[in-house]
Design a protein around this ligand. Structure first.
Ligand code: ATP
Ligand code: MG
Ligand code: MG
Length: 354
């Protein structure tokens, strides 16, 4: 048997560990927090910081291959680890996705269209860029942003923050300004690439965000077949350009004419792919485990249309009500504290059986 090491012990690690267990593999999780979601389902929990040298050495010793569940881990630590053990995806994808400026440049180099963007170093640069973009845009920290955190929106109206105030609020964090994209909807593609270079994509999900946080993912997406094919083609181009091994999520804005603008990618399993555990023969989590282990990636059969919804904070209490419904697949991450806005669980409602 093989043992898979996972850096990070949140819900994504938990679901990866469950998928690994089903295939008969063991997991070791490196995570400083004691009661983390993965701790309940992994074989071994190494309680140490993600960049702790001893913790990483133990992880490498116990594992046959190492992966990670989130993108904000130290690239140098991953590179050092990769000298002793196979790490998938390789540090390069991590480095690119950690910095929105580098990421946007890479997406464009790979032939994907992005929103217009400018590197913002000070209030003057922000003012100039806002004028260029017609007053509308989103200032985003280059690093460490998620769930819409580290973003300031400019609508071109009077109640916008001044450029000087926005820069002050960012407290010196490197930032970019993105032009505001008037999209008709958002979709994402979950793509996997095996160690042999074979690529498998799930069909796009249509995503609704509330307050910058993913609220729901619906499959099929309400876009044309041409747009779906284009999204899958672009995800395939990106994953090949990254020479990636594992599963990633690529987010798009869909324009009125059906054309696509790439927003960002995450070098890991993705919240907008949670529906795959309920509506497909093989989930994004199993697909990622298969990639890490060097197993085949097969074409996945989706047996149902579906809607996945996140349960944030106290919404997790709805789980017991949902348990009364048929055709609803439940998932509770087992988090100890239901803080407001925190992702506590999700459910997928199966709409039709094909
Ligand atoms: P995630 O949790 O997906 O990693 P994040 O904090 O990295 O989120 P983004 O994905 O960049 O944030 O933005 C969150 C949401 O804000 C997007 O899904 C989209 O709805 C909206 N948004 C982001 N950038 C733009 C843009 N340039 N124009 C219009 N809307 C945008
Ligand atoms: Mg993001
Ligand atoms: Mg996003």
């Amino acid at each position: 048997g093989s043992t898979i090491g996972i850096i990070g012990g949140g819900q994504l690690a938990r679901m990866l560990a469950l998928a690994a267990a089903r295939l008969g593999f063991k997991t070791v999780v490196l995570e400083p927090q004691q009661d983390c979601p993965a701790s309940q389902v992994t074989n071994t929990h190494i309680q140490a910081a993600y960049d702790d040298a001893d913790g990483l050495a133990r992880l490498a010793e116990m594992s046959d291959v190492v992966t990670y569940e989130f993108e904000n881990i130290d690239v140098a630590a991953v590179e050092a680890l990769a000298k002793n053990i196979a790490v998938y995806p390789a540090a390069r994808a991590l480095r690119i996705s950690q910095d929105r400026l580098v990421e946007k440049e890479f997406l464009q180099q790979s032939g994907l269209k992005t929103a217009p963007y400018r590197d913002i170093e000070n209030a003057d640069a922000l003012e100039t860029a806002l004028l260029e973009f017609g007053g509308r845009g989103i200032l985003k920290t280059r690093r460490f942003g998620y769930d819409g955190k580290g973003q300031i929106r400019f609508s071109g109206e009077k109640n916008d923050l001044s450029a000087a105030q926005a820069i002050e609020d960012f407290k010196g964090a490197p930032a970019i300004l993105e032009g505001f994209v008037d999209f008709t909807c958002e979709i994402s593609v979950i793509a996997s690439r095996g160690r042999d270079g074979s690529v498998m994509c799930f069909e796009p999900a249509e995503n609704i965000h509330k307050n910058g946080i993913l609220f729901s993912s619906t499959v099929p997406a309400s876009v044309s077949q041409a747009t779906k094919n284009e999204a899958i083609g672009e995800a395939t181009r990106l994953i090949n350009a990254l020479d990636y091994v594992g599963t990633l999520g690529l987010e798009f804005f869909v324009m009125a004419d059906g054309s696509l603008i790439a927003n960002e990618f995450a070098p890991r399993v993705h919240n907008s792919g949670h529906w795959t555990e309920a509506a497909c023969s093989v989930s994004q989590f199993e697909q990622h485990i298969r990639c890490c282990i060097g197993w085949p990636l097969t074409k996945q059969h989706r047996h149902s249309d579906c809607v996945m919804e996140n349960l944030l904070g106290n919404d997790i209490e709805k789980l017991i009500t949902l348990a009364n419904e048929s055709n609803v697949v439940l998932h509770n991450y087992g988090k100890v504290e239901a803080r407001e806005g925190r992702k506590m669980g999700h459910f997928t409602r199966l709409l039709t059986h094909k």
